[in-house]
Design a protein around this ligand. Structure first.
Ligand code: HEM
Length: 202
């Protein structure tokens, strides 16, 4: 079974990542704050902040055997040296999506929207982790997290645009794009997990 990692993303004064921008794509935005603090573990701590979004990593719902193998062959871990840019994109899908059968969702997700095929073109430059939030009663269904080096920003932006033009995205009724940056981990000690070493004041 895939590891279940409860994760809390909190916007506040101090954290591992600086918040560079918060942009509403569909629906209501989220408030701005100077930094994003990330906590992993169970029970998830809820540090005081402007907002906290919680999610858990989970098993895959859609990827088939070949896709899983292709992903495994080129996906990279989080926390790489040089990966000083990150993007957190919380997403909510509408009721029409959740009313579809699993088969219909898979068809929309991959056969019609090519989500995995498009995503694979950004690997290994972009590292990613998907968190599920819907069953936690959270405001978003998914918290998507991406890390890459500054020189790969265009590549990330390219697949983001392709995905947003896909049929799958017509089922999204809330999406916020949060761009982040941090110093190179090589300059500030070992970075071991998504939560990583927090800034001294956090
Ligand atoms: C970087 C390249 C990307 C790759 C390789 C990738 C791959 C995947 C895969 C394999 C899944 C399905 C997991 C499963 O089987 O349950 C998935 C789900 C998802 N991805 Fe991506 N993705 C990428 C980029 C993105 C981007 C840029 C976004 C958001 C803007 C995004 C949003 C999502 C969401 C919301 C889901 C959950 C869909 C659902 O369960 O309804 N992905 N992605």
């Amino acid at each position: 079974m895939a590891a279940v990692i409860p994760t809390a993303f909190t916007a506040r004064e101090a954290g591992q990542w600086r918040i560079d921008s918060v942009t509403p794509i569909v629906g209501a935005s989220l408030a701005r704050a100077p930094a994003l603090h990330i906590a992993e573990g169970d029970p998830v701590e809820r540090p005081d902040g402007v907002w906290t979004l919680r999610g858990v990593t989970s098993n895959e719902r859609y990827a088939n055997r070949q896709e899983r193998a292709a992903l495994a062959a080129s996906q990279q871990p989080l926390g790489r040296t040089g990966a000083t840019r990150a993007v957190l994109i919380p997403i909510r899908k509408n009721e029409a999506w959740w009313e579809l059968t699993q088969d219909a969702r898979r068809e929309l997700f991959e056969e019609r929207s090519r989500h995995i095929a498009i995503g694979l073109t950004a690997l290994p430059a972009v590292a990613r982790r998907l968190h599920h939030s819907r069953d936690l009663g959270e405001p978003f269904d998914f918290l998507t997290w991406f890390e890459f080096a500054p020189e790969h920003t265009q590549r990330f932006d390219g697949i983001l645009q392709q995905l947003r033009e896909s049929e799958e995205w017509s089922y999204i009724d809330r999406e916020v794009e949060i761009r982040l940056s941090r110093p190179n981990p090589a300059d500030c000690g070992e970075y071991v997990s998504l939560a990583g070493p927090a800034t001294p004041s956090s």
